[in-house]
Write a protein that binds this ligand. Structure first.
Ligand code: ZN
Length: 457
């Protein structure tokens, strides 16, 4: 069988995940279908999958409507923002005001109790605080490009807007906003009702056991879930597909070190699946370390056996540029840079924290690197437009071959592991982001708060 990374095979995985299954929202049967698909693929490569499950919120919108009462234009296509609070069943009726910026004089007491049409897209988190301070009745976001579906998702916005109260929030397209402006819209009504429930989510993984160093583990992973109404082809059926193709080739070729291939559920809700995985490791680590059998400097817990996490999140777009973010030693950055130069694959080493599952590993002391594709194609992220049409199998092959060489030279065929096992100290602002994430995950998963403590704190 073909032992090279096959872009077409990866493409077919994306097709199955994003088209046959479609949106794979945390805690839904579709996410479970994706988890089953990954496990069946692992089995077909002769690997033995392990499944972790955990409870998550599973809210389902039961009714939503945005109607213009004055002038009587009727219903305008609109989508509610995930995590938005509900309106009363009869809806909220109010005066409409356009707000184009988040500082005075655009915001002020004149917006209190009104339905705000916010023509300043992409501001869904903490940036909204100056506006929420003036207590609008509801918020309607405007998409930033003609014809583009609105992005209706933002992670843990409930947490980020504290102490201001969130209000019912919708999205409309740029086209609709222009229509409303031209019509001189005065009064509107918003209705949003949600059934709040719980569901089950999953993390699945399988090992290609190391032939020489089985106790040295490199995790190669991507998340399999997507946001509501989003087929999630680039984000992140593509990362899952790339991971699967790598699992297939390395299951045939073997590896000196243990390669653990993983697909996480519930990344979009706050990296929950990968946190479930690392927090279980950390829990066992603390137990093992306090046992008399553990010898400091000699024994290694399973957590300590983890050397690196290679994370794959948002890939495959025909048009875009390649980037990677390292949360680990400088040597990892330098090595990947040298490799991409040698292979003639353009890549940018990006700074800052790319918000994905490698951060869960960083939080428990395991270095990570995340590979992504950026640029215009990312406008479709978290929208109904993130479809297979954006994907080019040749771009999957480029990233797949890079991963193949990176994994082969270091983990699979290297006699000495080349990187220090360390996570850098970040600026206080970035450090706070990391801490906020682990606290959120520990609380969300109902685990022991002690697990959120950082080494040395
Ligand atoms: Zn993603």
């Amino acid at each position: 069988m073909n032992q090279e990374f096959d872009g077409q095979r990866a493409f077919r995985h994306i097709e199955y995940l994003s088209k046959t299954i479609g949106a794979r929202v945390s805690g839904t049967p579709q996410e479970k279908q994706a988890a089953d698909y990954v496990q069946n693929e692992f089995k077909s490569y002769g690997l033995k999958p392990v499944e972790l499950d955990f409870d998550v919120d599973n809210d389902v919108t039961t009714a939503y409507q945005f109607e213009i009462l004055e002038p009587a234009l009727g219903e305008i296509p609109a989508l509610p923002l995930a995590g938005s609070p509900d309106t009363p069943p009869e809806g909220l009726t109010g005066e409409v005001v356009f707000v184009e910026a988040l500082q005075p004089p655009y915001v002020g007491p004149h917006i209190e109790g009104k339905i705000v049409i916010l023509a300043n897209d992409g501001l869904l988190g903490r940036e909204l605080q100056p506006l929420l301070k003036f207590k609008p009745l509801a918020l309607v976001h405007v998409g930033h490009t003609m014809g583009l579906d609105p992005n209706t998702f933002h992670v843990i916005m409930k947490e980020t807007n504290h102490p201001y109260q969130l209000v019912p929030t919708f999205h409309i397209t740029y086209d609709s906003a222009v229509k409303l402006w031209n019509a001189g819209v005065k009064r509107a009504r918003l209705t949003l009702q949600t059934a709040r429930g719980r569901g089950q989510s999953y993390a699945v993984y399988a090992d290609v056991k190391g032939s020489l160093f089985p106790d040295e583990i490199v995790v190669i992973a991507g998340h399999m879930d997507s946001v509501p109404r989003d087929p999630g082809a680039t984000d992140n059926a593509a990362g899952t597909a790339t991971m699967l193709e790598l699992a297939r080739i390395f299951s045939q070729r073997g590896s000196f070190r243990t390669l653990r291939f993983a697909a996480w559920g519930s990344e979009e809700g706050g990296l929950v699946g990968s946190f479930k995985y690392v927090l279980e490791l950390k829990k066992r680590h603390l137990q093992e370390k306090s046992s008399p059998d553990y010898i400091e400097g000699y024994s290694k817990t399973e957590l300590e056996q983890h050397l690196l996490n290679i994370n794959l999140d948002v890939l495959g777009m025909s048009i875009g540029h390649n980037a990677y973010n390292v949360v680990g030693p400088q040597a990892v950055k330098d090595y990947i840079h040298a490799l991409t130069c040698e292979m003639g694959v353009r890549h940018i080493c990006a700074d800052g924290l790319y918000g994905s599952d490698h951060l869960s590993f960083a939080n428990v002391g395991v270095p990570g690197v995340s590979f992504q594709r950026e640029g215009v194609g990312t406008h479709y992220m978290h929208t109904a437009g993130d479809t297979i049409d954006l994907i080019d199998p040749r771009q999957l092959k480029v990233i797949g071959d890079l991963q193949d060489v990176l994994i082969s030279r270091t983990a699979a065929q290297g006699y000495v592991w080349p990187f220090e096992r360390s996570v850098p100290t970040f600026s206080p602002a970035l450090q706070e982001q990391l801490v906020r994430r682990i606290r959120y995950a520990v609380k969300y998963l109902g685990m022991d708060p002690e697990l959120a403590k950082q080494p040395g704190s």
